[in-house]
Design a protein around this ligand. Sequence first.
Ligand SMILES: *[C@@H]1O[C@H](CO)[C@@H](O)[C@H](O)[C@H]1NC(C)=O
Length: 257
Amino acid sequence: MTMIFATLLTIITAVSAIDCSAKELKPYNFESIKGVHSYSNLRNTPPSTTNLTWNVGICEPINNVKDCPPNSDICGITTIQLKDEKPVISEIITFNANLEKTYETSDNGVKILYKGANWGDALINAELNFVCDKDASENDFTLDQWDGTNLKLSLKNKAACITSDDDKKKEEKKKPDSGESWGWFTWIFIFLVLFLSIYIVGGAWFQYNKGNAIDFQSALKEVIENFIELLKGLPSFSKEIIEKFTGRSNRGEYSAV
Ligand SMILES: *[C@@H]1O[C@H](CO)[C@@H](O)[C@H](O)[C@H]1NC(C)=O
């Protein structure tokens, strides 16, 4: 079965951004490299310096990169800077997300091909080469070619390896900032605030109903004051507990005997 897979090269065309949920990309794990990845290079081009930066939006179009037109799949920016002067943008090259593209998928990775984007008087092509390498997790592209007509960028990453759904799940768990831990914090915080409000308002209401306070407002004030007293007492209380556990106060007892 895998033999067949290895020799089978699927070629499908699609119109829309590089889309994680595209069925061509389903066997891979592009979700793990979702976002804008780039290649950047600074050259000495006397009397100026030239910065060429290519941005590629994976699984989402580029929308928030400075000077890049919104809804691009690929966006190249060239800036030139003369000594002590502000950089000037000399070239902006884009492959719009709506441009037709071709996916070539194989065991070794995925190639995405763009043909005929307009740039000035020229029609330009691009080839994004995602290379499967189980040990690599490069985040930045390498520039293989740019001659003013043909662009070739490549990225070595295990995201371009055929991945089972189980492995994808494991991958997601490994990601340090996958929303999960944040979710935890947020929930605990929300519950704390919720319980605190119930405690204070409920306590005040109770005091007021019992007739211990003239009006609800002063009952509320009283409960809050009590609560603050409680908080003030907390440090010495926890200190006591910690001393119990670390046995510091025990030693004290022994020496007293
Ligand atoms: C080139 O410009 C980009 C975008 O402004 C910037 O992020 C990058 O650091 C620059 N590269 C170098 C090598 O200065």
